[in-house]
Design a protein around this ligand. Structure first.
Ligand SMILES: NC(=O)c1ccc[n+]([C@@H]2O[C@H](COP(=O)([O-])OP(=O)(O)OC[C@H]3O[C@@H](n4cnc5c(N)ncnc54)[C@H](OP(=O)(O)O)[C@@H]3O)[C@@H](O)[C@H]2O)c1
Length: 263
């Protein structure tokens, strides 16, 4: 039995607990300073409520940090004497490097850094996972298995975390931004806002399913709807004249630069 303690049962902590609570072979514990949030989760799921952090650390071999980044340093420094080399800290806190978590937690525990994205809130997350250099293969397998059970995983070196944040962490916002523009186009073509929104939402679901189910390159799927001299090519040519592809690439580079600055 693997004992996992989750500190912070807000958006991400509770989504991850929800996913893990249906797995065999793990026992879940949780703590949050907001007792109402903690009760909500522990009353709904097979998760044991813990009322203080030392107890949670002592009962767990994996400790998931799901608190806001600015809350991490004080929490770890306050409890560093409880962390042993038998513990593994799993941090999903944006922007905080392994080296810092290691230092603040007293250098004994193993540290794994994980970056989820918002679709994790509905069980469809992508998780980038960074390990310390000398992490054993069995620990890597265990962590990857845990996150694969609730989404897709990519093992990355930590130097790629800013790029991943820019592409995939912020990614849902780019897609939604494009969809919002399409809704506006629908309204300007005479559809009601509700109709246009419903149609565009249906479009993204269908397109995503097609990408997943049909074993084709993205460019092939695009060409399937781009008949010679037709409507789609007229729109795509306009995108190219407006340098939309280049703007998207530049924008994601800007997000990466900003992630480096914040780090
Ligand atoms: N949400 C996302 O889409 C997303 C994506 C990628 C990464 N992340 C990372 O995930 C982490 C959690 O984000 P979130 O959106 O789930 O935050 P959240 O909803 O605010 O949840 C954090 C929870 O931790 C509680 N908390 C604060 N200090 C604590 C302490 N000392 N001990 C125990 N619990 C404490 C908070 O209580 P109070 O509300 O009372 O402070 C809150 O209930 C962040 O570090 C973020 O960078 C989130």
């Amino acid at each position: 039995m693997l004992n996992i303690g989750v500190i912070g049962t807000g958006n991400m902590g509770s989504a991850i607990l929800k996913g893990w609570s249906s797995l065999e072979g793990i026992k879940l514990f949780a703590y949050d300073i907001d007792e109402q949030k903690l009760d909500n989760i522990c009353n709904k799921l097979k998760v044991e409520k813990i009322t203080n952090i030392p107890d949670l650390i002592q009962q767990s071999s994996f400790i998931l940090l799901a608190i806001k980044p600015n809350q991490v340093k004080p929490l770890l420094e306050k409890h560093k004497d409880y962390f042993l080399d038998s513990h593994t800290i799993l941090s999903i806190c944006a922007g905080i490097k392994i080296k810092k978590i290691k230092k603040w937690s007293g250098e004994s525990a193993r540290v794994v850094r994980i970056m989820p994205n918002t679709p994790a809130l509905v069980g469809k997350g992508l998780f980038a996972i960074c390990f310390e250099q000398d992490t054993t293969p069995s620990l890597k397998d265990k962590v990857i298995e845990l996150f694969q059970a609730i989404g897709k995983t990519f093992e990355l070196e930590e130097i790629y975390m800013d790029a991943y944040t820019a592409l995939i962490g912020s990614g849902p916002a780019y897609i939604i931004y494009f969809l919002e523009a399409m809704v506006e186009a629908g309204v300007s073509l005479g559809f009601t806002r509700d109709m246009s929104t419903e149609m565009v939402k249906g479009l993204i679901f269908g397109t995503a399913k097609m990408i997943e189910d049909m074993d084709k390159k993205l460019s092939d799927l695009r060409e399937m709807v781009t008949s010679p001299g037709g409507t789609t090519i007229a729109a795509l040519n306009h995108f190219d004249r407006m340098a939309v592809r280049g703007a998207i690439i530049d924008a994601i580079h800007k997000a990466c630069d900003r992630s480096k600055e914040l780090g």
